[in-house]
Design a protein around this ligand. Structure first.
Ligand SMILES: Cc1cc2nc3c(=O)[nH]c(=O)nc-3n(C[C@H](O)[C@H](O)[C@H](O)COP(=O)(O)O)c2cc1C
Length: 188
């Protein structure tokens, strides 16, 4: 894939950061259990507040449970993500040591990014999906709303090399760094 066509870093950075992108087009090549475990191993080492490790991942490949996970996706996402060999539902634990954990979703986001980068390094592609039915996510996983927040789903697989021919399926660009960093207070 010729990422240079789409993405231009402004500063020196490791390639895997800007070479990671989210496909909506996957081949039907399956992924092995060892590959799946490598993704979760990457998540395992993410940092978290008080080392609370609030993430929970519910996943399926191609069995009956996968049929159920497909139902969590909204119709738009289901149309393309159904082809991905792996779907992961992401949940975040609401409490740590009996107290609300206000950092839980932040930490769960760090774990998702670890999965995304590990996948990229392994030649896989990931796409997160906020377009899901959270009620169905709780129902199919059996994880209660009291204990967990449903966050999103992730499609994982090999990006179809045809991606370049489909306009909705090319790596996106970014705002400039100056638009999201501040080295003085507002209105200075
Ligand atoms: C939490 C989250 C929710 C997202 N929801 C959807 C979604 O429902 N459907 C979709 O096609 N893409 C979804 N995306 C993918 C984003 O559109 C994509 O990450 C963004 O445009 C940046 O592109 P890139 O990942 O290729 O760099 C989501 C991404 C994140 C992180």
């Amino acid at each position: 894939m010729n990422i240079d066509k789409y993405r231009h870093p402004e500063n020196n950075v490791e390639n895997f950061f800007f070479e990671r992108w989210s496909s909506r087009l996957f081949t039907d090549k399956p992924i092995s259990r060892n590959q799946i475990l490598s993704l979760f191993e990457a998540a395992r080492w993410a940092p978290s507040s008080s080392n609370s490790q609030p993430w929970k991942f519910v996943y399926a490949t191609n069995d009956d449970f996968r049929e159920k996970l497909n139902l969590v996706l909204n119709p738009f996402n289901r149309k393309w993500a159904i082809k991905a060999p792996l779907i992961i539902l992401v949940f975040s634990k609401n409490q740590n040591n009996g107290k609300e954990n206000r950092n839980a979703k932040f930490d769960t986001g760090a774990a998702w990014m670890s999965i995304a980068i590990q996948a990229k390094i392994m030649g896989l592609n990931t796409r997160a999906m906020g377009g899901i039915d959270h009620e169905v996510a709780h129902n199919v996983s059996g994880l209660s709303k009291d204990e967990y927040s449903s966050i999103c789903a992730i499609a994982v697989g090999y990006a179809d090399p045809d991606y370049d021919n489909i306009s909705e399926n090319t790596p996106s660009s970014r705002m400039k760094i100056d638009e999201f960093i501040m080295d003085k207070p507002l209105n200075h």
